[in-house]
Design a protein around this ligand. Structure first.
Ligand code: SAH
Length: 345
């Protein structure tokens, strides 16, 4: 049995793998070969990597594990499949596969639980247990492609957890899935969503990959944002917007703002107008998200009319805006819902 107690082979970037081979007096280019075996030929055990020396294969087998997450449950809805995974320590995470006209997009988790405590979010009802390892994020994509026998074209880090609270592993995962010898998913097809950890947004502006950044805004002013999102107490909108301006200047990338519409909480005309003034002149677009109600939380979804009103105000004021196509309401596909049903917490 390959490496039971040790690291996952999917934790390693190609550079780390090169270093591993060099450290063992093996050839550096073995890393490229092994990457191809793992991500293109999709081997399940290292014995299948026939162009590596036997003793090298044996050492890899001792040092690394190959399968670390397994699919527990699959729920299918309209244009969406939801996967519940069991990890080696028996924890659960979720990923959601969405069928779009432009391809298949997968929403992956970055942590077990979440410490951000957003009032409307199911994931945050359970505190962070641990960060996901790089390989546990990479494997969500591998295992789902294996299960559905289709190629995932887009990845969004918007499942359970706050990706910028697991910054290093998320960045490594991006390097692996973007690498031409890895999963070769284009950087522009990868999106990271944050609730607004300002220091990490600053750091991310120097991350040399053209990935997209989405920011969960959900309120156009500090008092309301603080009520919904505790992170706003640490980083008020002024600081968040300044960090995002800097990000935009450095990367020249368009930002996405996510805004969940919660009935009578943040969906009124005055909120839309305030949002317009906050975002005027920015290279940004707003994704309005109809709230997926959950049995544990009291928030309600805004009416269709209210959503349309909100949308119109933004549109009339030249803010780029879309209403998120609804996925997975019936199958509890919103962040963290499936895990909490499975674990009944
Ligand atoms: N922590 C990151 C990523 C995970 S949450 C972030 O905050 O961006 C991903 C997105 O799903 C966020 O915009 C979050 O607010 C939203 N979300 C959470 N619960 C939801 C629900 N019940 N219905 C609709 N969207 C939800």
């Amino acid at each position: 049995m390959c490496g039971e107690r040790v690291n996952s082979i999917y934790d390693l970037t190609i550079e780390e793998m090169e270093q591993y081979f060099l450290n063992h007096q093996d050839k550096k280019f073995y890393a490229t070969q092994l990457f191809e075996w793992l991500y293109q030929k999709r081997i399940k055990k290292v014995e299948e990597a026939t162009n590596l020396k036997k003793e090298t294969r044996e050492r890899i087998c001792q040092d690394f594990s190959f399968q670390n997450i397994v699919i527990d449950t699959i729920l299918e809805g309209d244009g969406v499949k939801k996967y519940l995974f069991t990890l080696k320590d028996q924890e659960h995470i979720e990923a959601v596969l969405m069928y779009h006209d432009y391809g298949l997009s997968l929403c992956i988790s970055s942590q077990v639980g979440c410490n951000m405590g957003c009032a409307f979010c199911e994931s945050g009802r359970r505190k962070k247990v641990r960060n996901l390892a790089t390989g546990e994020m990479v494997e969500q994509i591998l295992r789902i492609e294996e299960s559905c026998q289709e190629r995932i074209s887009h990845v969004v880090v918007m499942g359970i957890g706050e990706p910028f609270d697991n910054y290093e592993n998320v960045c490594k995962m991006i390097q692996i899935i973007n690498h031409p010898k890895g999963l070769a998913i284009g950087a522009r097809h990868i999106t990271v969503s944050t609730c607004g950890l300002v220091p990490k947004i600053k750091e991310f502006s120097n991350f040399p990959y053209q990935v997209n950044l989405a920011v969960s805004l959900h309120a156009p002013n500090d008092p309301l944002r603080k009520k919904l999102m505790p992170i706003a107490k640490a980083y008020p909108l002024k600081d968040l917007m300044a960090a995002l301006d800097e990000y935009e200047k450095k990367t020249n990338r368009r930002l996405t703002f996510e805004y969940i519409l919660l009935k009578d909480v943040n969906d009124q005309e005055e909120h839309a107008k305030e949002l317009v003034s906050l975002l005027k002149g920015k290279n940004a677009y707003v994704n309005l998200i109809p709230y997926n109600e959950t049995q544990h939380l009291q928030f309600k979804r805004s009416s269709t009319i209210q959503i349309a009103r909100f949308y119109d105000i933004l549109k009339k004021n030249n803010i780029c805006v879309t209403i998120r196509r609804e996925f997975g309401g019936k199958i509890n596909a919103a962040c963290g819902q499936l895990r909490s049903i499975k674990e009944e917490v």
